[in-house]
Design a protein around this ligand. Structure first.
Ligand SMILES: Cc1cc2nc3c(=O)[nH]c(=O)nc-3n(C[C@H](O)[C@H](O)[C@H](O)COP(=O)(O)OP(=O)(O)OC[C@H]3O[C@@H](n4cnc5c(N)ncnc54)[C@H](O)[C@@H]3O)c2cc1C
Length: 396
């Protein structure tokens, strides 16, 4: 069954964008921090499930918003979208932080397993927190401010390990994302900007939930967690590509489900395979969304490729070898997969299919290529580059 709040199609994403774009200026800037509840209208776009799988892209979103507002008027919104790009770039330059999160999560065990179950099931007795735990499980989505409060209460009031909280989010968010999720939890915990934590307070929660919640007994201080130094920044991965005229199979993964930028040469794509492998997704909400979105991509691709479009359930070498051989090609083209399980699997598959003489071209979007290398430090130096890059791309 598909999700009532987030129909998993590009059409639905575009419809939501059309509805939201006129509100991306002053209304967003003034009201985006307010969460009036899951059933109430929101000043936020609620586009993240679509952006996460790139059913629509950051660039399309920024372009649509800037066709209705000046950059100055929509500055706040554009910056929020660029937070997503920034986190992606930051992790891309430091993939070991993702590996470190996974290792920390896997070796963390709790003497009191019940405390973890109570937090996840919404049985802590903390007003708001319990409601949000249930909201997350039921809807697969939480407002940004709620995510901040929730993470802060998890770490500083309940004193639960941050990595288990990040894992709880990954298992339930439809937009579950290695970069945005891990780095936001690290930021709340005081690991991301060393020493700077985020403390949720009763007053702030009461104000921005319009009085729906005013939890008592929250931690009054938030001492930053610490960790071993991070590894040095690596450059954005260099890519080698074959001649674009070489006939190819198009591979669409759930990391980028709007492959039109790979079809511009058009004639070299002979067939397409779409894979949203459930083993590479964390929770049922994301799995259901990605599986339906895969059917949506397939339907769109069939317009040009007819019956040469297949949807596969597993991202593995044999599936791709069979698909490439059926299409009579020895080249596969796919959108670049950023740090995360799909990238890891794709790297293994790329090596495995090479032994059969098939090469995989990973193609990165220009948006990422332009922005990611600037994610070397904090968001503030990164954001200095935004106007210039938007100008270069003809968006302002
Ligand atoms: C603890 C925590 C965990 C999070 N986990 C995720 C996650 O797994 N996946 C995810 O996509 N986002 C995550 N976020 C970021 C943010 O909360 C969501 O992207 C946002 O709430 C999505 O709602 P929206 O589309 O209505 O946002 P809007 O306010 O309408 O913003 C538009 C878009 O900008 C981007 N954006 C906005 N705020 C942020 C932000 N703080 N960080 C990064 N991108 C942002 C998103 O792509 C969003 O769709 C997390 C934030 C926190 C504090």
């Amino acid at each position: 069954m598909t999700h009532p709040l987030f129909p998993p199609t590009r059409e639905a994403a575009l419809a939501r964008l059309r509805e939201f774009a006129p509100c991306a200026g002053a209304r967003y800037a003034q009201s985006r921090n307010t969460d009036a509840g899951p059933d109430a209208p929101s000043a936020a776009s609620r586009l993240s499930p679509y952006l996460r799988r790139r059913l629509i892209t950051e660039e399309e979103l920024v372009s649509a918003v800037l066709s209705e507002h000046s950059l100055q008027a929509a500055e706040k919104f554009v910056q929020e979208v660029l937070w997503r790009t920034y986190w992606k770039g930051w992790l891309e330059l430091r993939p070991s932080v993702w590996a470190r999160f996974l290792a920390t999560r896997d070796r963390t065990s709790l003497a009191d397993a019940r405390a973890l179950a109570d937090a996840e099931q919404g049985r802590t007795g903390i007003e708001g927190f319990d409601d949000w735990a249930r909201e997350l499980r039921e809807t697969g989505y939480l407002h940004n401010h709620v995510r901040m409060w929730f993470a802060s209460i998890w770490i500083f009031t309940l004193r639960l390990p941050w990595a288990l909280g990040a894992d709880f989010f990954l298992r339930h968010l439809i937009d579950a994302d290695p970069a945005s999720n891990t780095l936001s939890w690290r930021w709340v915990a005081g690991l991301q900007t060393a020493g700077k934590t985020y403390l949720a307070t009763q007053e702030n929660i009461a104000r921005y939930t319009q009085g729906r919640f005013a939890p008592k007994g929250l931690a009054r201080a938030a001492t930053a967690l610490t960790e071993a130094p991070l590894e040095p920044v690596r450059p954005v991965r260099a890519l080698t590509a074959a001649d674009p005229a070489t006939p190819a199979l198009l591979l669409v993964t759930d990391e980028d489900m709007y492959p039109d930028f790979l079809l511009t040469g058009g004639s070299s794509i002979r067939a397409a395979t779409i894979v949203a492998d459930p083993d590479l997704l964390w929770g049922d909400a994301a799995r259901v969304f990605a599986a339906s979105a895969a059917e949506d991509v397939a339907a769109r691709l069939r317009d040009g490729l007819d019956d040469r479009v297949t949807v596969a359930g597993c991202l593995d070498a044999q599936t791709l070898i069979n698909a490439a051989q059926a299409a009579g090609v020895d080249r596969i083209v796919t959108a670049y997969a950023p740090v995360g399980p799909v990238a890891d699997r794709l790297a293994a598959v790329t090596a495995a299919v090479a032994t059969e003489g098939i090469m995989v071209d990973w193609v990165r979007r220009d948006w990422d290529t332009r922005f990611w290398p600037h994610a070397t430090k904090g968001f503030f130096p990164f954001k200095e580059h935004i106007p210039n890059i938007l100008r270069e791309r003809g968006l302002v």
